[in-house]
Each structure stands twice: as C-alpha cells, then as structure tokens.
Design a protein around this ligand. Structure first.
Ligand SMILES: Nc1ncnc2c1ncn2[C@@H]1O[C@H](COP(=O)(O)OP(=O)(O)OP(=O)(O)O)[C@@H](O)[C@H]1O
Length: 452
C-alpha cells in the first residue's frame, strides 16, 4: 500500500468481523490498522494520524463511545464512526449526539459501509478548504452562535432538526450546513412536505419504475436518489401524513429505498435535515407525528430565532436586502427614522416579511430613498390579521369554510395582482409565496389576467 493512502483504524473485539472490515477497507485502497480493545486503539491513535476510526460500541475494556468523546475533547478532527447492533436506534442516536461522524448497523452491509467510508474520507479532500461565507446575515449574539453551531455540525452525518418561525431563515441555515460540509459538491434537495399530494408522496420520495402505475411512462428518481451523496431537507416535516412517516422511517433506518414497481432496494447516502415551524414534540404527544421518526430526525436541534428577538440584526439585514434590490438599477437608501420604525415592528413573518416590506416600500419610494411612510407598517400589520371586507360577523359562521377561505384567498391575490399590474412574480413576492404557488392558486381559483 502506498504511503499516501488514507489510514483507517478499525476497533472491534470480534476477530471475524474485524477481518471482514479490514478486507473491505483494504480493497478500497486504504491503509488499515486494527485494535481489539480501547487500550490498543488509544495507543495507535497516539502514534498515528487517521482519516477515519471505525469502532464497535461494546469493547472488552469500555465503550466505543469513549473514543468519540476523546477525539472531540482532544480537538482532533478525525471522524469516528460507530458500529451498532441493528435496531438499536438508541445507540446510534447517542453516538451521533456525542459527536460521532456516523454509524453502521450490524450485520454490516458492505455497500453501505463503503458509502460511509467514502463520505468520511471526503472530509479530508472534499470539504471546501475555506468554508464559504454564511448566507445568514446578522451580527447579534444569537446569530453568531447559530453560525458557529452550523460550522461545527456540518462535519457529521447526524440528522438535524431545525425549528423556527416561518420566514426566519430555516432553509438558509440548511443550505449553509450543506455548503460547509464535505457534501457541498453533491446536491442539496429541499422538499416541502406540505406541498405534495399524499397519493404522489411515495413516488416523489422514492421514485418509480416505468409502468409502476398509470402515467408512469418513464423510470424516475425520487428525492432520495436525487440527493444521493448530498443533503435532503424535509421542510414542513410535521405535515407528513402518518403513512408516509412509516415509510420514511424505514428508509432512514435501512438507508435503502425501493422505487415504486421495483423489486430491489438501492442504498442511498443522504444527510437529512428537517425543518418545521410547529412544535414537533407536541405533534408527537397529540399523535400526529410518530415518536420513532421524531427520535431519528431530532438527533441535533438547531433553533433559528425570530427576527424580533434579534433586532440588532436589522441594519445588516436591511443593507443586504437593499443591496439586492438596488442591484438592478440605482442604489437604494433609507431616509431618517426608517430603521427606528422597523425596530418597533414585530415582524410576524420574520426576514421574509422584512424583504417584502422593503420591496414594497421601494415601489412607493421617490428616487430610491425609502421614507417611513413608504413602509406602511401598519398596513402590513392589518394584512397579517386580515378580516377581509366580506368576513362574517364575529358571532356568525360561514356556511362553508372551504368556500369562505377560497373567497378570502381570491380577494387577497386579486389585490396583490392589482397592485403589481398583474406582474405575477412581484405579486407572489408581495404575498411571500413562490411564483409556482401563486400560479397554482390562480388556476385553482380561476383567476385570469384581464384582456388588454
Ligand atoms: N439571516 C438572514 N440573512 C439574510 N437573509 C435571510 C436571513 N434569514 C432569512 N433570510 C431570507 O428570508 C427569506 C426566508 O428565509 P427562509 O426561506 O430560509 O425561511 P424559512 O424559515 O425556511 O421559511 P418557511 O418556514 O416559510 O419555509 C429568504 O429570502 C432568505 O434569503
């Protein structure tokens, strides 16, 4: 073996398994050392640099977890992966929480072992040398702590659950984690779990073979295959129907998925990030979310604070947003008192709402200078707490809730379209939804552009 091969340490007291692991790793072109106890492992770790340590959980003189903790405490960046008995989610989760890079279930599936090892070795070669600048602007203490936490978490495979109000920057945080990880060159796929019709979910997540169902004219990959080697973000994860939760749990445990209509499963190497603005633990208590899936997804929690809890960030955030808005033409600046006015606002829609407020203000502003009046903050508050003109009186109820909601939605979309002269991109931005969502809702509600 050439001196430049990556060096890996295998720690296991079962001679058979140790040999199998050694053989597999040597075949991957690696230099392999092995140890049968913690003491032997420590001696080797003190003498050599390893790119990966793979250790059994239970060793004659202690727990493999101790190697995980020691690597962390010594500030060594050696990733440590743990072998755990199949089905013992506890061990896997405990190891990840303690800072393990990843885990492998016994009996060891060699294809999965190879994927794990390859992904650990990318830490040395694939991770961006200088991690890209964070997309999360803000200089408040909470924001700085969040960025530091992200930089730490990016190096492992541990699933991360991001919690935060709508528009607070959860997706941005997830993108940061991915961009700072050794997976950065692989895909980042974000899925809005609330936006997929239940009947299509399995096909969307796992893919399908040609002819699996009527309309399956070609073979298609699902989100898992698309994110292979990279990161899969499950946004609005609380909206997953229970039946899909079961299937997802299975895919996560087995690290394999089966396309609809296929007989064989395929291994997938995907880091999971989930996000929700709901209290997931409460959803579990109320029976809307499976405890076992919660446990698997919630290994490491990241919380993105609402904008009103970090108003110190307003100057930087505003500058960044204005920089973007002004990029097309003349620079945009703020008139006197504007930042103060913004500081007094509660931002129920968080940074996304700040973006909308500034964009709308710019449309009203003269000469690229936004004044306090242009912000129409009060209006923004009214819009948030809506009652539309045709709302029923407080003590009456609509005869049909869906019809009533459709009517409300229709009126608001029409208002936004009127304000933007039927520019759907701008109208979608005003409403804080995507262009596609707006187009879909317009079709659903039969809103048509007036003939010129
Ligand atoms: N700290 C920040 N710095 C700069 N831009 C930010 C920051 N936080 C959020 N944004 C911007 O605000 C908008 C909303 O952010 P993002 O989509 O990440 O929020 P979210 O929490 O995922 O929202 P939702 O819950 O609705 O999915 C985006 O346009 C994003 O670029």
């Amino acid at each position: 073996m050439s001196a430049r091969s990556p060096r890996v340490l295998v720690v296991d007291d079962e001679a058979d398994l140790r040999e199998l692991l050694e053989l597999t790793l040597v075949k991957m072109g690696l230099d392999v050392d092995s140890a049968a106890s913690l003491a032997a492992a420590r001696a080797l770790l003190a003498a050599h640099d390893y790119q990966l340590v793979l250790t059994d959980m239970r060793l004659p003189d202690g727990l493999g977890l101790e190697l995980v903790r020691e690597a962390g405490a010594a500030g060594r960046h050696t990733p440590v992966a743990v072998l755990t008995a199949f089905g013992s989610a506890d061990n896997a989760v405990v190891a990840l929480k303690a800072g393990a890079f990843d885990y492998v279930c016994k009996p060891v599936a060699l294809d999965q072992l190879r994927l794990m090892v390859a992904s650990a070795l990318r830490l040395d070669h694939g991770a961006p040398a200088a991690p890209p600048a964070s997309r999360l602007h803000g200089d408040s203490a909470v924001m700085r702590a969040l960025r530091a936490q992200i930089a730490r978490l990016a190096r492992s495979m541990a699933p991360i659950a991001i919690h935060g109000e709508s528009g607070s920057g959860k997706e941005l945080a997830a993108r940061d984690i991915h961009a700072q990880s050794a997976r950065a060159a692989q895909p980042f796929i974000a899925v809005n779990c609330g936006a997929i019709p239940e009947a299509l979910m399995e096909a969307e997540f796992f893919g399908y073979r040609k002819g699996a169902f009527t309309g399956a004219v070609d073979e298609r990959d699902g989100f898992f295959q698309a994110a292979n080697g990279g990161t899969l973000m499950l946004d609005e994860v609380a909206d997953l129907p229970l039946a899909m939760q079961v299937k997802l749990l299975r895919a996560i445990q087995e690290r394999r998925v089966r396309k609809l209509g296929a007989t064989a499963e395929e291994p997938v190497d995907v880091r999971l990030i989930s996000a929700t603005h709901k209290n997931l633990a409460q959803c579990v208590e109320q029976g809307g979310f499976r405890q076992d899936l919660f446990y698997r997804l919630n290994v490491i929690e990241l919380s993105v604070p609402p904008l009103r809890a970090r108003l110190d960030d307003l100057p930087l955030l505003t500058a960044a947003i204005l920089g973007r808005l002004g990029a097309a033409g003349q620079p945009v600046t703020l008139g006197p008192g504007v930042l103060e006015a913004l500081s007094g606002y509660a931002f129920p829609g968080n940074v996304r709402e700040l973006e909308n407020i500034l964009e709308r203000a710019l449309a009203f502003a003269n000469g690229g200078v936004i004044q306090v009046d242009d912000l129409s903050l009060k209006g923004a508050r009214d819009a948030a707490s809506l009652p539309p003109p045709s709302s029923p009186a407080a003590d009456t109820l609509p005869s049909s809730l869906p019809d009533y909601l459709n009517q409300v939605e229709r009126e608001i979309i029409l208002r936004a379209l009127a304000r933007t002269r039927f520019n759907r991109t701008q109208a979608a931005q005003l409403l804080g939804i995507s262009f596609r969502q707006l187009r879909y809702q317009m079709q659903k509600l039969n809103i048509q552009e007036p003939e010129a």
